[in-house]
Design a protein around this ligand. Structure first.
Ligand code: PLP
Length: 425
């Protein structure tokens, strides 16, 4: 438990609430709020360091670089990887573009890439782009009705042509954790049996995990999960925007083509057009990095560790239980809930006969921040059988009062406003 914060009132760690005392923030899945310690770490960089880690000729730059590299250590420990496998990048979106770009040259005609309907555009589109240049196939596999991937789902789609399987450990809608270790082992066993050794450079099916939502909600263990690539964005886990992490097994990182070429990542440049690259992770960190972002991300992970993942999970489960109770008690005739599993930190719902965005906009007028639509996962409607929903996402700084205010606002929309459309327009 955070030493400063023994009464579980985490709101006091977040200046957002001091500056917006009337707002109920239920949109963490879009971006988490930033604790003071993260803001202080960013300020510390600009006020005390302001250095470029590429300069290593004076003490301050060396010290600043030590903090930069210490953050790499903190993150590698946090996700249980080797230190030189942690690449800093702008975001998960950037990371998936890098991975798909790097894998392109190894893909051959008729190779298959497997994805689910619940994935974020940032995971789907970099692979979609490859269809333009390579005669490969993108195939989708189903999840169960809770949005979870099962071995049965995989059995239906894996073939000897499968080269890549990519999915989120926790997706950004129904948000129940997949058993990534079990699924990956099944995929790898399948690959071992059906891929001939000389089939392609990677010898087995690659598993790419989108950890953007899961990083703040569950323990990540890339070694235990036995996966090949993993990525997340710092802003989903108390950190700043513009900084993310791309992880890959060393053997892959050293043969992937970097998306970005520039200073700091090359070993030698000749006048004949030849150049060579440094080893990972530097090879992927061309140009001046988001150093303040790295300082902030380090502080964010330390802050999360000071609370403890178990405490985060327990808090979320008790809040979700309470939210489900209250929503069904007060709105049972008017609400349709798509994610009633208490292990999911999200509540995906619709108010019957009202368009999701109208409800979300109305809640906005009542100082309640939620998100509506498909959450950049445009194929989600294929699973939910509805074009749009409302998402309430819960995190450590939310409390029962936030849920009470949400329920009161929804009741107001339904009872007093006649309907949300009349109220809002
Ligand atoms: C599951 C998932 N993957 C990837 C992303 C992309 O993150 P970013 O926009 O920070 O690159 C998001 C963002 O919402 C997400 O929820």
């Amino acid at each position: 438990m955070n030493k400063k914060n023994t009464n579980n009132n985490f709101k006091t760690d977040f200046p957002f609430f001091k500056n917006n005392p009337d707002l109920v923030y239920l949109d963490t899945a879009a971006s988490s709020l930033k604790p003071q310690v993260v803001i202080d770490a960013i300020k510390e960089y600009y006020e005390q360091y302001c250095i470029n880690p590429h300069s290593q000729d004076y003490q301050l730059a060396i010290k600043g670089n030590d903090i930069f590299e210490d953050t790499r250590k903190i993150i590698s420990k946090f996700i249980n990887s080797n230190e030189n496998e942690i690449v800093f990048c702008p975001s998960a979106t950037f990371a998936f573009n890098q991975i798909a770009y790097g894998l392109e040259k190894y893909l051959q005609e008729n190779d298959e890439i497997l994805l689910t309907n619940l994935e974020h555009s940032s995971l789907l589109l970099p692979f979609y782009r490859l269809i333009k240049t390579k005669k490969i196939k993108i195939k989708f596999f189903e999840t169960n009705n809770q949005g979870v991937i099962t071995i049965e789902n995989l059995k239906k789609v894996l073939t000897p042509k499968t080269r890549i399987v990519a999915f989120a450990n926790i997706n950004n809608s129904l948000a129940i954790e997949n058993n990534t270790e079990k699924l990956t082992n099944f995929i790898k066993d399948y690959g071992q049996k059906y891929l001939k050794n000389n089939d392609w450079v990677f010898k087995n099916i690659l598993v790419i995990i989108d950890g953007t939502q899961s990083i703040a909600h569950t323990k990540t263990d890339v070694k235990k999960w036995n996966i090949d690539f993993f990525a997340f964005s710092g802003h989903k886990v108390f950190g700043p925007t513009g900084i993310g992490v791309f992880w890959g097994k060393n053997e892959w990182l050293n043969i992937l083509e970097p998306l970005i070429l520039g200073g700091g990542m090359n070993d030698c440049i000749e006048t004949n057009g030849r150049f060579s690259l440094l080893a990972s992770p530097t090879r992927f960190e061309g140009g001046t990095q988001n150093i303040a972002g790295v300082f902030g991300l380090g502080a964010a992970i330390k802050y999360l560790l000071s609370i403890g993942m178990e405490n985060i999970k327990n808090h979320q489960i008790s809040l979700k239980k309470y939210a489900l109770q209250q929503l069904t008690k007060h709105l049972s005739n008017n609400i349709e809930i798509y994610s009633d599993n208490i292990n999911s930190s999200n509540i995906i719902f619709n108010i019957k006969n009202v368009f999701a965005q109208d409800v979300a906009n109305f809640l906005g007028t009542q100082n309640i921040c939620v998100r509506s639509g498909t959450y950049c996962a445009k194929l989600l409607s294929n699973t939910l059988n509805t074009s749009a929903t409302i998402r309430v996402s819960l995190y450590i700084y939310n409390c029962k009062k936030d849920i009470d205010l949400l329920v009161t606002a929804l009741k107001k929309g339904i009872n007093e406003g006649g309907d949300f459309l009349n109220e809002f327009f």
